[in-house]
Design a protein around this ligand. Sequence first.
Ligand code: NAD
Length: 403
Amino acid sequence: MSKHVVILGAGYAGLRALHELQKGTNDIKITLVDQNDYHFEATDIHEVAAGIQTSERITYPIKDVVKTACTTFVQGRVEKIDSENQLVHLKDQEAIAYDYLIVALGYESESFGIPGVEEFSLKMVDIPTSEKVYQHLTEQMEAYKETKDENCLKIVVCGAGFTGIELLGSLHEGKKKLAEIAGVEPEKIQLYCVEAVTRLLPMFSEKLGSYGIDHLKKWGVNFLVGKPIKEIKQDTVVYLDNQETNELNELKAKTIIWTTGVSGSHVVGDSGFAAKRGRVMVQPDLTDADHHNVYIIGDCSAVMDKESNRPYPTTAQISLKMGEHAGKNIKAQLKGEPTKEFTFKSLGSVASIGNSHAFGEVGKMEVKGYPASVIKKMIMDRSLFETGGVKEVLAKGRFDFYR
Ligand code: NAD
Protein backbone atom coordinates (compact mmCIF):
# COMPACT_ATOMS: atom_id res chain seq x y z
CA MET A 1 0.00 0.00 0.00
CA SER A 2 1.27 3.48 -0.82
CA LYS A 3 2.52 5.59 2.07
CA HIS A 4 0.79 8.81 3.03
CA VAL A 5 2.90 11.96 3.34
CA VAL A 6 1.17 14.96 4.89
CA ILE A 7 2.63 18.44 4.44
CA LEU A 8 1.42 21.16 6.79
CA GLY A 9 1.81 24.63 5.34
CA ALA A 10 2.03 25.94 1.77
CA GLY A 11 4.75 28.51 2.37
CA TYR A 12 8.27 28.37 0.93
CA ALA A 13 9.29 25.23 2.82
CA GLY A 14 6.04 23.29 2.38
CA LEU A 15 5.64 23.96 -1.34
CA ARG A 16 9.29 23.23 -2.09
CA ALA A 17 8.87 19.87 -0.29
CA LEU A 18 5.71 19.24 -2.31
CA HIS A 19 7.58 19.79 -5.58
CA GLU A 20 10.27 17.37 -4.56
CA LEU A 21 7.77 14.69 -3.56
CA GLN A 22 5.59 15.15 -6.64
CA LYS A 23 8.65 14.54 -8.83
CA GLY A 24 8.74 10.94 -10.03
CA THR A 25 7.16 9.10 -7.12
CA ASN A 26 4.35 6.67 -7.87
CA ASP A 27 4.19 4.94 -4.54
CA ILE A 28 3.07 7.81 -2.32
CA LYS A 29 -0.08 9.70 -1.61
CA ILE A 30 0.43 13.32 -0.57
CA THR A 31 -1.91 15.61 1.33
CA LEU A 32 -1.09 19.29 1.53
CA VAL A 33 -2.86 21.30 4.23
CA ASP A 34 -3.06 25.08 4.50
CA GLN A 35 -5.55 27.45 6.09
CA ASN A 36 -5.57 29.52 2.87
CA ASP A 37 -6.21 28.43 -0.69
CA TYR A 38 -3.31 30.59 -1.86
CA HIS A 39 0.45 30.78 -1.35
CA PHE A 40 1.85 34.22 -0.53
CA GLU A 41 5.37 35.55 -0.94
CA ALA A 42 6.10 36.30 2.71
CA THR A 43 9.17 38.38 1.81
CA ASP A 44 6.99 40.90 -0.05
CA ILE A 45 4.12 41.58 2.36
CA HIS A 46 5.57 44.95 3.43
CA GLU A 47 4.73 46.21 -0.06
CA VAL A 48 1.07 45.33 0.45
CA ALA A 49 1.10 46.99 3.90
CA ALA A 50 2.49 50.18 2.35
CA GLY A 51 0.02 50.09 -0.53
CA ILE A 52 2.64 49.92 -3.29
CA GLN A 53 1.65 46.41 -4.37
CA THR A 54 -1.67 44.57 -4.46
CA SER A 55 -1.98 41.26 -2.64
CA GLU A 56 -2.91 39.57 -5.95
CA ARG A 57 0.57 40.38 -7.22
CA ILE A 58 2.29 38.44 -4.40
CA THR A 59 -0.06 35.45 -4.17
CA TYR A 60 -1.11 32.56 -6.37
CA PRO A 61 -3.65 29.74 -5.99
CA ILE A 62 -2.27 26.59 -4.35
CA LYS A 63 -4.22 24.49 -6.84
CA ASP A 64 -1.84 25.79 -9.56
CA VAL A 65 1.00 23.71 -8.11
CA VAL A 66 -0.89 20.63 -6.94
CA LYS A 67 -0.64 17.55 -9.17
CA THR A 68 -4.01 16.00 -8.50
CA ALA A 69 -2.87 12.52 -9.60
CA CYS A 70 -0.87 12.12 -6.38
CA THR A 71 -1.77 15.10 -4.18
CA THR A 72 -4.89 16.23 -2.39
CA PHE A 73 -5.13 19.78 -1.11
CA VAL A 74 -7.10 20.32 2.09
CA GLN A 75 -7.93 23.88 3.10
CA GLY A 76 -8.05 23.77 6.87
CA ARG A 77 -6.58 25.10 10.07
CA VAL A 78 -4.18 22.77 11.88
CA GLU A 79 -4.89 22.75 15.61
CA LYS A 80 -2.69 19.97 16.92
CA ILE A 81 -0.37 17.19 15.84
CA ASP A 82 -0.71 13.89 17.68
CA SER A 83 2.68 12.40 16.86
CA GLU A 84 2.10 9.26 18.95
CA ASN A 85 -0.98 8.25 16.93
CA GLN A 86 0.29 9.88 13.70
CA LEU A 87 -2.72 12.15 13.34
CA VAL A 88 -3.16 15.80 12.41
CA HIS A 89 -6.17 17.47 14.03
CA LEU A 90 -7.87 20.23 12.06
CA LYS A 91 -10.44 22.78 13.20
CA ASP A 92 -13.97 21.51 12.44
CA GLN A 93 -12.69 18.82 10.05
CA GLU A 94 -11.80 15.17 10.25
CA ALA A 95 -8.30 14.34 11.49
CA ILE A 96 -5.75 13.23 8.89
CA ALA A 97 -3.58 10.15 9.46
CA TYR A 98 -0.01 10.14 8.15
CA ASP A 99 2.96 7.86 7.67
CA TYR A 100 5.35 10.77 7.19
CA LEU A 101 4.74 14.34 8.24
CA ILE A 102 6.35 17.60 7.17
CA VAL A 103 5.63 20.46 9.55
CA ALA A 104 6.12 23.75 7.69
CA LEU A 105 3.64 25.98 9.48
CA GLY A 106 5.72 29.16 9.32
CA TYR A 107 5.99 32.07 11.71
CA GLU A 108 3.95 34.33 13.97
CA SER A 109 4.54 37.84 15.25
CA GLU A 110 6.46 37.84 18.55
CA SER A 111 5.38 40.35 21.18
CA PHE A 112 7.93 39.27 23.83
CA GLY A 113 5.14 39.79 26.36
CA ILE A 114 5.38 43.58 26.02
CA PRO A 115 2.11 45.07 27.32
CA GLY A 116 -0.28 46.54 24.80
CA VAL A 117 1.33 45.06 21.67
CA GLU A 118 -1.65 42.84 20.84
CA GLU A 119 -4.22 45.55 21.54
CA PHE A 120 -2.63 48.73 20.23
CA SER A 121 -0.23 47.86 17.43
CA LEU A 122 -0.67 46.37 13.98
CA LYS A 123 0.98 43.09 13.03
CA MET A 124 2.30 42.46 9.54
CA VAL A 125 2.70 38.72 9.12
CA ASP A 126 0.44 37.60 6.29
CA ILE A 127 -1.93 38.91 3.63
CA PRO A 128 -4.90 39.83 5.91
CA THR A 129 -2.68 41.64 8.45
CA SER A 130 -0.78 43.48 5.70
CA GLU A 131 -4.00 44.55 4.01
CA LYS A 132 -5.24 45.71 7.40
CA VAL A 133 -2.16 47.91 7.84
CA TYR A 134 -2.84 49.63 4.51
CA GLN A 135 -6.53 50.01 5.26
CA HIS A 136 -5.65 51.55 8.63
CA LEU A 137 -3.22 53.96 6.94
CA THR A 138 -5.84 55.13 4.46
CA GLU A 139 -8.34 55.60 7.30
CA GLN A 140 -5.84 57.78 9.15
CA MET A 141 -5.30 59.89 6.03
CA GLU A 142 -9.07 60.33 5.67
CA ALA A 143 -9.31 61.18 9.37
CA TYR A 144 -6.63 63.87 8.95
CA LYS A 145 -8.81 65.65 6.41
CA GLU A 146 -11.51 65.98 9.07
CA THR A 147 -9.51 66.52 12.25
CA LYS A 148 -6.16 68.02 11.11
CA ASP A 149 -4.66 65.91 13.90
CA GLU A 150 -0.93 65.63 12.94
CA ASN A 151 -0.71 62.24 14.71
CA CYS A 152 -2.83 60.80 11.88
CA LEU A 153 0.15 61.49 9.59
CA LYS A 154 2.67 59.80 11.88
CA ILE A 155 3.68 56.17 11.32
CA VAL A 156 5.91 54.27 13.77
CA VAL A 157 7.67 51.05 12.79
CA CYS A 158 8.75 49.13 15.91
CA GLY A 159 12.05 47.32 15.32
CA ALA A 160 14.73 47.96 12.69
CA GLY A 161 15.31 44.35 11.65
CA PHE A 162 15.10 43.16 8.06
CA THR A 163 11.32 43.45 8.09
CA GLY A 164 11.23 46.92 9.66
CA ILE A 165 13.82 48.31 7.24
CA GLU A 166 12.10 46.90 4.15
CA LEU A 167 8.76 48.20 5.41
CA LEU A 168 10.17 51.70 5.96
CA GLY A 169 11.50 51.75 2.38
CA SER A 170 8.10 50.79 1.01
CA LEU A 171 6.26 53.22 3.28
CA HIS A 172 8.47 56.01 1.97
CA GLU A 173 7.44 55.06 -1.56
CA GLY A 174 3.81 54.79 -0.50
CA LYS A 175 3.79 58.28 1.03
CA LYS A 176 2.83 60.00 -2.23
CA LYS A 177 -0.40 58.01 -2.57
CA LEU A 178 -1.24 58.40 1.13
CA ALA A 179 -0.54 62.15 1.01
CA GLU A 180 -2.99 62.51 -1.86
CA ILE A 181 -5.71 60.94 0.29
CA ALA A 182 -4.91 63.29 3.18
CA GLY A 183 -4.60 66.30 0.85
CA VAL A 184 -1.08 67.15 2.07
CA GLU A 185 2.46 67.16 0.67
CA PRO A 186 4.21 63.76 1.09
CA GLU A 187 6.80 65.37 3.42
CA LYS A 188 4.02 65.97 5.95
CA ILE A 189 3.76 62.21 6.52
CA GLN A 190 6.38 61.35 9.12
CA LEU A 191 8.01 57.96 9.43
CA TYR A 192 9.61 56.85 12.71
CA CYS A 193 11.48 53.71 13.68
CA VAL A 194 12.09 52.77 17.32
CA GLU A 195 14.79 50.15 17.82
CA ALA A 196 16.16 48.55 21.02
CA VAL A 197 19.80 48.09 20.06
CA THR A 198 22.40 50.44 18.63
CA ARG A 199 24.21 47.96 16.36
CA LEU A 200 21.59 47.59 13.67
CA LEU A 201 21.32 44.73 11.17
CA PRO A 202 24.00 42.52 12.76
CA MET A 203 23.94 40.09 9.82
CA PHE A 204 25.75 42.76 7.76
CA SER A 205 29.02 44.62 8.29
CA GLU A 206 28.59 47.86 10.23
CA LYS A 207 29.37 49.88 7.11
CA LEU A 208 26.80 48.09 4.99
CA GLY A 209 24.12 48.28 7.70
CA SER A 210 24.77 52.03 8.05
CA TYR A 211 24.41 52.45 4.29
CA GLY A 212 20.81 51.21 4.48
CA ILE A 213 19.95 53.22 7.58
CA ASP A 214 21.59 56.40 6.22
CA HIS A 215 19.65 56.00 3.00
CA LEU A 216 16.38 55.88 4.91
CA LYS A 217 17.48 58.85 7.04
CA LYS A 218 18.16 60.81 3.84
CA TRP A 219 14.59 60.04 2.85
CA GLY A 220 13.47 61.61 6.11
CA VAL A 221 12.91 58.56 8.32
CA ASN A 222 13.45 59.41 12.01
CA PHE A 223 15.37 56.68 13.86
CA LEU A 224 15.31 56.31 17.64
CA VAL A 225 17.97 53.67 18.28
CA GLY A 226 19.05 52.10 21.57
CA LYS A 227 15.48 52.71 22.81
CA PRO A 228 13.79 49.44 23.83
CA ILE A 229 10.01 49.62 23.64
CA LYS A 230 8.45 48.91 27.02
CA GLU A 231 4.77 49.31 26.31
CA ILE A 232 2.31 50.20 23.60
CA LYS A 233 -0.67 52.28 24.64
CA GLN A 234 -3.47 53.70 22.52
CA ASP A 235 -1.69 55.76 19.80
CA THR A 236 1.49 55.76 21.92
CA VAL A 237 4.83 53.96 21.92
CA VAL A 238 6.49 53.98 25.35
CA TYR A 239 10.25 53.47 25.19
CA LEU A 240 13.22 53.49 27.53
CA ASP A 241 14.91 56.79 26.75
CA ASN A 242 17.78 56.62 29.22
CA GLN A 243 19.17 53.24 30.24
CA GLU A 244 21.03 54.74 33.23
CA THR A 245 18.18 56.68 34.80
CA ASN A 246 15.45 54.32 33.49
CA GLU A 247 13.65 57.33 32.16
CA LEU A 248 10.75 56.51 29.84
CA ASN A 249 9.51 58.62 26.99
CA GLU A 250 6.52 58.49 24.65
CA LEU A 251 6.04 58.82 20.94
CA LYS A 252 2.52 59.58 19.75
CA ALA A 253 1.23 58.25 16.43
CA LYS A 254 -2.01 56.91 15.07
CA THR A 255 -0.24 54.10 13.20
CA ILE A 256 2.06 51.74 15.11
CA ILE A 257 3.37 48.69 13.25
CA TRP A 258 5.02 45.86 15.22
CA THR A 259 8.00 44.25 13.45
CA THR A 260 10.34 43.24 16.28
CA GLY A 261 10.78 39.63 15.26
CA VAL A 262 8.94 36.38 14.81
CA SER A 263 8.53 32.98 16.42
CA GLY A 264 7.56 29.67 14.84
CA SER A 265 3.91 28.55 14.79
CA HIS A 266 2.42 27.97 18.26
CA VAL A 267 0.97 24.66 16.98
CA VAL A 268 4.41 23.07 17.25
CA GLY A 269 4.83 23.73 20.98
CA ASP A 270 1.13 23.04 21.65
CA SER A 271 1.62 19.60 20.09
CA GLY A 272 4.32 18.65 22.57
CA PHE A 273 7.41 19.14 20.39
CA ALA A 274 10.34 20.63 22.28
CA ALA A 275 9.96 24.14 20.87
CA LYS A 276 11.59 27.35 22.01
CA ARG A 277 9.81 30.40 20.58
CA GLY A 278 8.01 27.97 18.28
CA ARG A 279 11.25 26.54 16.85
CA VAL A 280 12.38 22.95 17.36
CA MET A 281 16.07 22.05 17.32
CA VAL A 282 15.86 19.25 14.75
CA GLN A 283 18.22 16.38 13.99
CA PRO A 284 20.85 16.93 11.28
CA ASP A 285 18.52 15.23 8.76
CA LEU A 286 15.70 17.67 9.75
CA THR A 287 13.59 15.11 11.63
CA ASP A 288 12.30 15.56 15.15
CA ALA A 289 14.53 13.91 17.77
CA ASP A 290 11.73 11.60 18.95
CA HIS A 291 9.99 10.96 15.63
CA HIS A 292 12.00 9.86 12.65
CA ASN A 293 8.93 10.19 10.39
CA VAL A 294 8.31 13.86 11.33
CA TYR A 295 10.26 16.59 9.55
CA ILE A 296 10.12 20.09 11.01
CA ILE A 297 11.27 22.70 8.52
CA GLY A 298 11.19 26.42 7.72
CA ASP A 299 10.53 28.94 10.47
CA CYS A 300 9.36 26.24 12.94
CA SER A 301 12.78 24.65 12.78
CA ALA A 302 16.21 25.45 14.18
CA VAL A 303 19.25 23.84 12.56
CA MET A 304 22.68 24.27 13.99
CA ASP A 305 25.25 26.03 11.82
CA LYS A 306 28.44 24.22 12.75
CA GLU A 307 30.58 27.15 11.63
CA SER A 308 29.02 29.76 13.92
CA ASN A 309 27.74 27.26 16.51
CA ARG A 310 24.38 29.04 16.39
CA PRO A 311 21.15 28.10 14.63
CA TYR A 312 20.88 29.43 11.09
CA PRO A 313 18.68 32.55 10.87
CA THR A 314 15.23 31.98 9.39
CA THR A 315 15.03 33.11 5.78
CA ALA A 316 13.06 32.18 2.69
CA GLN A 317 16.29 30.82 1.19
CA ILE A 318 16.92 28.29 3.97
CA SER A 319 13.23 27.34 4.07
CA LEU A 320 13.32 26.44 0.38
CA LYS A 321 16.46 24.37 0.87
CA MET A 322 14.93 22.58 3.87
CA GLY A 323 11.80 21.79 1.87
CA GLU A 324 13.83 20.22 -0.91
CA HIS A 325 15.94 18.27 1.59
CA ALA A 326 12.97 16.93 3.59
CA GLY A 327 11.32 15.77 0.35
CA LYS A 328 14.50 13.96 -0.73
CA ASN A 329 14.95 12.35 2.67
CA ILE A 330 11.40 11.01 2.73
CA LYS A 331 11.95 9.53 -0.73
CA ALA A 332 15.12 7.88 0.61
CA GLN A 333 13.26 6.50 3.64
CA LEU A 334 10.58 5.05 1.36
CA LYS A 335 13.30 3.19 -0.53
CA GLY A 336 14.79 1.93 2.73
CA GLU A 337 17.85 4.12 2.27
CA PRO A 338 19.46 6.25 4.99
CA THR A 339 18.55 9.94 5.27
CA LYS A 340 21.15 12.62 4.56
CA GLU A 341 22.39 15.43 6.75
CA PHE A 342 21.16 18.92 5.83
CA THR A 343 23.88 21.32 4.79
CA PHE A 344 23.39 24.94 3.92
CA LYS A 345 25.56 27.59 2.37
CA SER A 346 23.81 30.94 2.33
CA LEU A 347 23.98 32.70 -1.03
CA GLY A 348 23.73 35.94 0.93
CA SER A 349 20.82 38.23 1.63
CA VAL A 350 19.67 41.51 0.22
CA ALA A 351 17.31 44.00 1.90
CA SER A 352 15.22 46.24 -0.33
CA ILE A 353 14.71 49.89 0.49
CA GLY A 354 11.92 50.70 -1.86
CA ASN A 355 11.62 49.42 -5.41
CA SER A 356 14.92 50.58 -6.85
CA HIS A 357 17.34 50.60 -3.91
CA ALA A 358 18.71 47.74 -1.86
CA PHE A 359 21.78 46.61 0.03
CA GLY A 360 23.18 43.31 1.16
CA GLU A 361 25.62 40.51 0.53
CA VAL A 362 25.83 38.09 -2.35
CA GLY A 363 28.37 35.44 -1.49
CA LYS A 364 31.17 37.45 0.08
CA MET A 365 30.44 40.53 -2.04
CA GLU A 366 28.66 43.57 -0.65
CA VAL A 367 26.11 45.11 -3.00
CA LYS A 368 24.18 48.34 -2.72
CA GLY A 369 22.08 50.87 -4.58
CA TYR A 370 20.26 50.18 -7.83
CA PRO A 371 22.33 47.10 -8.83
CA ALA A 372 21.45 45.53 -5.48
CA SER A 373 17.76 46.11 -6.19
CA VAL A 374 18.13 44.21 -9.48
CA ILE A 375 19.77 41.32 -7.60
CA LYS A 376 16.96 41.46 -5.02
CA LYS A 377 14.36 41.08 -7.78
CA MET A 378 16.28 38.16 -9.26
CA ILE A 379 16.30 36.52 -5.80
CA MET A 380 12.53 37.09 -5.53
CA ASP A 381 11.96 35.58 -8.99
CA ARG A 382 14.07 32.57 -8.08
CA SER A 383 12.04 31.94 -4.89
CA LEU A 384 8.85 32.26 -6.90
CA PHE A 385 10.21 29.78 -9.44
CA GLU A 386 11.09 27.27 -6.72
CA THR A 387 7.56 27.20 -5.31
CA GLY A 388 5.41 28.19 -8.27
CA GLY A 389 7.45 27.18 -11.34
CA VAL A 390 7.68 29.00 -14.67
CA LYS A 391 3.94 29.78 -14.83
CA GLU A 392 3.96 31.90 -11.65
CA VAL A 393 7.25 33.61 -12.53
CA LEU A 394 5.82 34.68 -15.88
CA ALA A 395 2.61 35.87 -14.23
CA LYS A 396 3.99 37.50 -11.07
CA GLY A 397 7.77 37.80 -11.45
CA ARG A 398 9.69 41.06 -11.09
CA PHE A 399 11.05 42.20 -14.42
CA ASP A 400 10.93 45.97 -13.89
CA PHE A 401 14.72 46.24 -13.93
CA TYR A 402 14.82 49.06 -16.44
CA ARG A 403 14.56 52.61 -15.24
P1 NAD B 1 14.58 40.50 13.50
O1 NAD B 1 14.69 39.71 14.73
O2 NAD B 1 15.56 40.31 12.42
O3 NAD B 1 14.59 42.06 13.87
C1 NAD B 1 13.80 42.60 14.91
C2 NAD B 1 14.39 43.93 15.38
O4 NAD B 1 13.54 44.42 16.41
C3 NAD B 1 15.79 43.79 15.97
O5 NAD B 1 16.62 44.79 15.46
C4 NAD B 1 15.55 43.96 17.48
O6 NAD B 1 16.63 44.55 18.15
C5 NAD B 1 14.32 44.88 17.49
N1 NAD B 1 13.56 44.76 18.75
C6 NAD B 1 13.23 43.63 19.41
N2 NAD B 1 12.53 43.94 20.54
C7 NAD B 1 12.41 45.29 20.57
C8 NAD B 1 11.81 46.22 21.47
N3 NAD B 1 11.18 45.84 22.56
N4 NAD B 1 11.90 47.53 21.18
C9 NAD B 1 12.51 47.97 20.06
N5 NAD B 1 13.10 47.14 19.19
C10 NAD B 1 13.06 45.81 19.42
O7 NAD B 1 13.08 40.25 13.00
P2 NAD B 1 12.39 40.52 11.59
O8 NAD B 1 12.90 41.76 10.96
O9 NAD B 1 10.93 40.40 11.83
O10 NAD B 1 12.85 39.28 10.72
C11 NAD B 1 12.54 37.96 11.15
C12 NAD B 1 13.39 36.96 10.39
O11 NAD B 1 13.04 36.95 9.02
C13 NAD B 1 14.86 37.30 10.46
O12 NAD B 1 15.60 36.12 10.56
C14 NAD B 1 15.12 38.00 9.16
O13 NAD B 1 16.46 37.91 8.72
C15 NAD B 1 14.16 37.28 8.24
N6 NAD B 1 13.75 38.16 7.12
C16 NAD B 1 14.45 38.06 5.97
C17 NAD B 1 14.11 38.87 4.91
C18 NAD B 1 14.87 38.75 3.62
O14 NAD B 1 15.75 37.88 3.52
N7 NAD B 1 14.62 39.60 2.65
C19 NAD B 1 13.07 39.80 5.02
C20 NAD B 1 12.38 39.88 6.22
C21 NAD B 1 12.73 39.06 7.28
